[in-house]
Design a protein around this ligand. Sequence first.
Ligand code: GLU
Length: 441
Amino acid sequence: MSVVTRFAPSPTGYLHVGNLRTALFNFLIARKAGGTFILRFDDTDPERSRPEYVEAIREDLEWLGLHWDREEHQSARLERYADAADRLRAMGRLYECFETPTELDLKRKKQLNMGKPPVYDRAALRLDEAERERLRAERKGYWRFLLEHKRIEWEDGILGPVSIDAASVSDPVLIRADGQVLYTLASVVDDIEMGITHVVRGADHVTNTATQIQIIEALGARPPAFAHHSLLTGPKGEALSKRLGTLSIRDLRAQGIEPMAILSLLARLGSSQPVELCHSIDEIAQGFDLSSFGAAPTKFDPADLRPLTARYLQSLPYEAVAGDLRAAGVPDDLAPAFWQVIRENVETRADIARWWSIAAEGATPAVDDEDREFVAEALKMLPPPPFDETTWKTWTEAVKERTGRKGKALFMPLRKALTGQSRGPDMAALMPFLRKVPTRV
Ligand code: GLU
C-alpha cells in the first residue's frame, strides 16, 4: 500500500513553528516512503478562512522546500460531505439537536456542579416527532454523530496504545445549524476518499481522533495510522500559543533564518535523536523516525535557529551563494575569493551584502578616544588602495616599529578603523578587497 499523508491547515493565519511541525512530519513520512503528500486547506469556515492565508501558507511551504504532490480545498468538496451526512443519517448515526449555546452551557454547568463530566446528555434523542416539529418551526437544528458507547482504541505512532471511553466524550457536532459542515466530518470524508494512510497531528486532536475513528468505521472505511505529537512550549516550558504569532515562518525568514536550520531543528526536537544540521530534505527524511518522539511537551527556543543558520551558511560552497554575492554587487571575478574570505563571519545572508558594502564603500571607522592619535598616525603610513595580500603585514609591521604597540593593542584599533567592526574576517585576506579606507580620523 503506498503511503499518502496530508497537511490540513485552516487558512486562518500564517504558518508558524507549531503547525509547521505537523506539516514537516507528514511530509517526511511520505518522502521517506516515496509516497504522496497532499496539501489540504480546511477552509469550510467562510468567516475565518482567507485567500491571502492560503497564498501565504503555500509560499512559506515552498520557501521551506516542502513541496506537495496534490492540493485540495474542502470548500470545493461540500457535496461530498453532504453525501456522507446523508448516509450517516440513513443509518441512524446522525441526529438532530435543538439546544441553543446558552442551554448547552447551562447543562454543562449543572453537570460540573454535580461533579459529573460535561458530556452531552443526548436529550435530543428523546424528543418525539411532534416536539421536533415544534422546535424546527422555532429554530434550525444542528446535527450530532451518535457515538457507540464502548472503548475506542488505537496504536498511536507516538503515544503508543490509546484507549478512550466513548461514553466520556460528547457526541460530536458534525453540522451546524447554519448548515456548515464541521471539521470532524469533512476531515474524515477527505481522509477516506483521498486514501490517507497516515495522520500525524498535535496532541490536542486526540479526542477528535477517537470520535473520528467511529465515524470512519460507520462510513465503512478503515482508519489510517494515527500519531499525535506533543505540543511545543517556550524554553522554560511556558505555553507557546500566545507567542506563535511572532514565530511565524515569515518572521523567521525576515530575520534571516534559513529553511535548513528550521527543518533540521524541528525534525529532531522532542525526539531521542540529537539535532543535526542537514543539507537537504532527503537527508532529513532519511534520518527521520517518528517512533523516536516522546509524548512530553517539547521545548522550543527560537534562539537555537541562529547558530544553525550560521553553521549552514558557512558550510555552503561558492556556487550556493553566488546569487547572493551577485545581488550584493560583488563582481563575478572577485566573488569566489571574497566568499572564502568572509564565509566564517556570515551568520545570515544579509551579512554578505554588509561585508561587501564595508569593502566597496568603506565603513564608518570605529575609533576609541585612547586610540585616536595612534590610528591617525597609522593611517598616514597606509598607502592608498588597491591593496594586496602583503599590505596588512607590511603596514602593521611598520606601525609597530614606529609606535611600539604590539598584539591586540596594535591590531584591534586598526581593524576597527578600517572595517568599523571589532570582529570580522582575517585582515590580511580582507585587505585586497578594501577599496575605500579612511585617510584620517
Ligand atoms: N485543520 C485542522 C487543524 O489545523 C487539521 C487537523 C488534522 O490534521 O486533522 O488543526
